[in-house]
Structure formats: C-alpha cells, structure tokens
Write a protein that binds this ligand. Structure first.
Ligand code: IMP
Ligand code: MG
Length: 183
C-alpha cells in the first residue's frame, strides 16, 4: 500500500517542451557531422523524455534501451546498481547519448557510464532531465541537464512513485497527507 499523497506541480509541460527544444539544438551542435547517433534511454523513467527528445533531433538517430534497478518501490537509493536489461545493439566506435530521467546520488549514471565506456564508443555524452545536485554522492555530472531541482521526491513525465504517476504531463512534487486526497 502506498501512502496518501498529493502532487504539487513543479515544472509545467510547456517549460519542459521549451527546454527540450534548446537542449536538442545543443546536442545537434555537439554531434554535428555524425552519421548516426545512438540514443540510449534508461528505462523506465526516461521513456517520455526520450520520446520527446528524439522528435526534436534533426539527424540520423537510433534508439536503444538499458534497464537498471536501484530503487525498487522505495524512495531511497539502494546504491547497488544492477543491469536488468542490456542494450540490443553494439556501440563500439559509435556516437552515443545516454538519456536519464533524474541524477540523484549519481550511482546509476556512474555505473552505466563505466559499463558503456568499457565498450569503446567513439563519443559518449549524457543528458538528464532533472538533477538534484544536493543529493550527489559521486562526482558525476550529465553533459546536459534540463532542470536543477531541490531535494524533493518528484513524479510525472515518465517518472514514478511505486510505478504510479508516470502518465502526468508535468513534473510534480509528492507531498504526503494525513487525510485521503480528494478526487
Ligand atoms: P541515483 O542512482 O541515486 O542517481 O538515482 C537515479 C534514479 O533514481 C533515477 O533514474 C530515478 O529512476 C530514481 N529517482 C531519483 N530521484 C527520484 C524521484 O524524485 N522520483 C522518482 N524517482 C527518482
Ligand atoms: Mg531511473
């Protein structure tokens, strides 16, 4: 059973779309001249972000996915990162962009980058929609960040709390209540 909570909007769908437009232009500049960009989404939290991002990229793109697990249904990171589903394709000698929903402690992204680097891509960059810099336990930083946010538990735009609220079009903070939320 999940506790009763309400969701306060933190970042609107419109702000997310505007930020993605800006970031996609920067990505295109960085990867200018490449014949193919492999966009690697970290499941499941990045699925909405990656869908919007690739549609703004005016270049040859392939999409692949990697699934890691560290949170389960909990709100705190276990710091142990396991690969649940590996990439389908090879990345050796390729240009790769890793797409993450949130960089929190940084353990997930560090682990994934270490793994992908060992496969010798030509270029390896990262984009995270959200960053909680005050929570960092590693010295990792994404190449591009959508928004820096405070230490709040967020949901929406692909991001869940115990598998719920991924379908919200905006990002919101979870706030627990003592009384049941009204519909
Ligand atoms: P890290 O390994 O601590 O950086 O955790 C990163 C992962 O934890 C993200 O990919 C998210 O799936 C999850 N996560 C971190 N913060 C939140 C949050 O506020 N809401 C939901 N998931 C989160
Ligand atoms: Mg995640």
């Amino acid at each position: 059973m999940t506790q009763t909570y309400v969701i306060d909007q933190l970042i609107s769908a419109k702000s997310i779309a505007a930020r993605i437009e800006t970031l996609s232009r920067e990505i295109q500049t960085t990867f200018k001249g490449t014949d193919k960009l492999i966009v690697v989404g970290l499941l499941r939290g990045s699925f909405v972000f990656i869908a919007d991002l690739v549609r703004e990229l005016d270049m040859n793109v392939e999409v692949d996915f990697l699934e890691t697990s560290s949170y389960g249904d909990s709100m705190v990171s276990s710091r142990e990162v396991r690969i649940l589903k590996d990439l389908r394709g090879e990345i050796e000698g390729q240009d790769v962009l890793v797409v993450e929903d949130i960089v929190d402690t940084g353990h997930t992204l560090s682990h994934v980058l270490q793994l992908l680097r060992s496969r010798n891509p030509r270029k390896l960059e990262t984009i995270a929609l959200l960053d909680k810099p005050t929570r960092r336990e590693t010295d990792i930083r994404a190449t591009w960040t959508g928004f820096e946010i405070p230490d709040e538990f967020v949901v929406g735009y692909g991001i869940d709390y115990a598998q719920r609220n991924r379908n919200l079009p905006y990002i919101g903070c979870v706030r627990f209540t003592d009384t049941p939320a009204e519909d």
